[in-house]
Design a protein around this ligand. Structure first.
Ligand code: KG4
Ligand code: ZN
Length: 340
């Protein structure tokens, strides 16, 4: 079964072709970062208009690369939510129009399910069950995953998401949007031991997170230490605090679920220090950590094509309704077998 995946939830248009027999045949991405950077964040209307410009040319590009034609497609999977309503509507509209024209099923996919399953696209995929640490621009969640569509929420953020905390802190330090990667680069040149930032909720006894206080601590510290060299040290201290909290809660989630497999997904999963810390921490307790390929950490079409293909493979059914869900709780997603 050949599935076209369309991702358009935020500031990246991602297209991919996934074959359930042979795997990923091709993928392409257009990032709008340069367009939004001058405004310091995503401008939703500009995002929607750009998705309109990009999705069809990217689809043609991927089909040509994979030496396939539109008529070869068996189904189309698109991001139904969560995300920006206008941006989601573009992908949803195109997917449904193509579905009608080609007379093939279309399937709305939960964006976070895409992220969560993205490590399964790698050469050494994890087996179920596992604990997933989902750390993106909009979410910071720990989930217990026992199968496709079987997700139990273990912990969530009470305020800012991990990526949001990286982005806001980066902004405070004068770095361009989106700040996560830029902050991480600056941190490499800093001394993480010079300043000690708080580790919010480290000992809260649950698996929840809170990052807004950390951002405020950075604000105070950066006002007291305004030199460029100070900023590198602050960035390093911030990254270390984030890494400490994310690894400690992930280990607690493994313990609580008696699991030996941790899957990390979402844009913050691209953070090198977090990757190294989780490798080290899981190894120490005889567990294993799995990451998506670097290119599939941030938003992409491959994870949507893959999640859609897995759902179709398990149930053969599509929801079929034209809808977007800008706010959508991942724990409310059901397993494909139970879709009626
Ligand atoms: O998963 P994603 O592409 O989009 C959402 O679904 O939100 O995640 C984007 C987030 C941004 O907040 C970005 O700053 C962060 O991931 N990010 C990073 C790194 N690369 C991207 N955060 C820390 N370190 C990185 N290397
Ligand atoms: Zn995402």
């Amino acid at each position: 079964m050949l599935v076209l995946g369309i991702e358009s939830s935020c500031d990246e248009s991602g297209i991919a072709l996934y074959d359930t027999e042979t795997g990923l045949l091709g993928h392409a991405l257009h990032t709008q970062i340069a367009m939004h950077a001058e405004y310091g964040g995503v401008v939703p209307e500009l995002a929607s208009r750009d998705h309109i410009r990009r999705i069809l040319p990217l689809t043609r590009q991927v089909l040509t690369q994979a030496q396939r034609q539109l008529s070869d497609l068996d189904a189309i999977a698109y991001t139904e939510g969560p995300g920006l309503a206008g941006a989601l509507l573009v992908g949803t509209g195109i997917a449904h129009a193509m579905g009608v024209a080609l007379n093939i099923p279309v399937l709305g996919v939960h964006h976070l399910e895409g992220h969560l399953l993205s490590p399964l696209l790698s050469s050494e995929p994890p087996e179920f069950p596992f604990v997933a640490l989902l750390v993106s621009g909009g979410h910071s969640q720990l989930m217990h995953v026992t199968g496709i569509g079987e997700y139990t929420l273990l912990g969530d953020t009470l305020d800012d998401a991990a990526g949001e905390a990286f982005d806001k802190t980066a902004q405070l330090l004068g770095l361009p949007y989106p700040g996560g990667a830029a902050l991480s680069k600056l941190a490499e040149t800093g001394n993480a031991q010079r300043f000690r930032l708080p580790r919010p909720m480290l000992h809260s006894g649950d698996l929840n997170f809170s990052f807004s206080g950390l951002k405020t601590a950075v604000l105070t510290l950066s006002q007291k230490n305004p030199q460029t060299t100070d900023y590198a040290d602050i960035a390093a201290a911030f990254q270390l605090a984030m890494t400490d909290v994310l690894s400690s809660k992930s280990l607690a989630a493994l313990k609580a679920t008696r699991s030996k497999r941790l899957v990390v997904a979402g844009g913050v999963g691209a953070n090198k220090q977090l990757r190294a810390a989780l490798q080290h921490a899981t190894q120490k307790i005889g567990a294993k950590v799995y990451f998506p390929e670097m290119e599939f950490c941030t938003d992409n079409g491959a994870m949507i094509a893959f999640a859609g293909a897995m759902r179709l493979k398990h149930s053969g059914k599509t929801a079929g309704t034209f809808t977007v869900r800008p706010r959508w709780d991942l724990a409310s997603v059901v397993a494909p077998q139970t879709i009626s």
